[in-house]
Design a protein around this ligand. Structure first.
Ligand code: PLP
Ligand code: COI
Length: 364
């Protein structure tokens, strides 16, 4: 029987839960992505059964065959989202249906099984409910990583007939070193991330694998992240390895590269654009050349630059290094508009500020 919509995730909890004091210690000062909660949500898809076997179960390694399609041809996609604990102890997600929609778009691009949005959100919500003690308060959050991989054992090159969907979770603090108020970035003029017609707008593991050499180069240059330029001309700014970019101009407007198909349509990016426009700030989604950025930083036309994403939240870019030299943005620290946008966005996400667009999704 084809069961496309299981309505409930069965729950089996671990017989060896992490002791409460250990959870408290883990969530009080979490690094990014190293400590994981006790459970995971999983679901399977086959071309005969559709989605089935939906459950929350103790977190465990997968057993996969060496010929598993994902190991051979990298048919894999993922999402990144967070659960927040409000000051009243309540737990919420931020725009989870946007992640669900993007997951569907990524699946379509990678020729993978379509996962209905409600089912995606139900999986995330079911896991957060079971592992709710792991959601940090304060500035921390529970990072959620839904992903799907091709699980069929078959070496022919075609879309797999079997997939595993899974959600894991880890309590996290800042993505960049705690206490850092701005980051340094390396502009890669040699490696590109995505080309027109490719997978740049999908959140697939392969994009990140291809970006690692440039990220390694960035680290060797003392930088935190890499800025990619377009593949055709190596001229236009696209995005960073794991976040989108905004430029604050001297007239108070924001510029951000357009969704051309080669960058990830960030949910943080979309949220900032909406919030800024509501306040009357002009946002130009327009191509911006690296040469113009360099000249505008020197003339003072660019006042601030910030990166944004689920992991990075809103992080100022203070230093820019490239093959021909380096330059600073403003005084190298977080500027006032960056700070205001960060405060506004995190305030909504954490229930401290009004949520006029109803983006906060409460988990009871
Ligand atoms: N760009 C890339 C390459 C990313 O990995 C991310 C993070 O998910 C983003 C942009 C920002 O997307 P979002 O704001 O939806 O997290
Ligand atoms: C996220 O922000 O969720 C990402 O996937 C980016 C990565 C740098 C962790």
């Amino acid at each position: 029987m084809k069961t496309d919509m299981p309505t409930q995730f069965s729950v089996s909890t671990t017989a060896t839960p992490t002791p409460h004091d250990q959870i408290v210690a883990s969530i009080s000062n979490p690094a990014f992505g190293r400590v994981f909660t006790d459970h995971m949500a999983t679901m399977r898809w086959t071309n005969t059964l559709g989605w089935h076997d939906a459950k929350v179960e103790p977190r465990r390694p997968f057993q996969i065959d060496p010929a598993c399609a994902v190991l051979q041809y990298a048919q894999e996609i993922f999402e990144g989202m967070k659960a927040y604990r409000g000051e009243d102890g309540s737990i919420s997600l931020f725009r989870p249906f946007e992640n669900a929609k993007r997951f569907r778009a990524s699946a379509a691009r990678l020729s993978m099984a379509d996962l209905p949005e409600a089912l995606f959100v139900e999986a995330v919500e079911s896991l957060v409910k079971v592992d709710r003690d792991w959601v940090p308060g304060g500035d921390g959050s529970l990072y959620l990583r839904p992903f799907m991989f091709a699980s069929e054992s078959f070496l022919g090159v075609r879309a797999s007939h079997e997939y595993v969907f899974c959600v894991i979770a880890c309590p996290v603090g800042p993505y960049f070193k705690a206490g850092k108020t701005s980051v340094a970035v390396w502009v890669s003029d040699q490696y590109t991330r995505a080309a027109p017609g490719g997978t740049g707008s999908a959140k697939c593991g392969g994009n990140y694998a291809a970006s690692l050499i440039a990220q390694t180069e960035a680290a060797a240059k003392g930088c935190d992240q890499v800025v990619f330029l377009d593949a055709a001309e190596h001229k236009w700014i696209e995005e960073m390895g794991g976040m989108n970019l905004f430029f604050v101009m001297d007239d108070g407007s924001l510029t951000t590269p357009p969704l051309s198909g080669t960058i990830l349509p960030g949910i943080t990016r979309a949220s900032i654009i909406e919030l800024a426009r509501r306040e009357g700030i002009v946002v130009n989604e327009t191509p911006y050349a690296f040469d113009a950025w360099r000249a505008d930083a020197a003339s003072g036309r660019v006042r601030e630059v910030f990166a944004c994403g689920t992991a990075a939240v809103v992080t100022a870019v203070g230093e820019v290094r490239h093959a021909a030299g380096e330059f600073q943005i403003g005084n190298g620290e977080e500027g006032p508009l960056t700070q205001r946008i960060r405060t506004q966005l995190t305030g909504i996400q954490r229930g401290k500020l009004a949520d006029p667009l109803e983006w906060v999704y409460r988990i009871d």
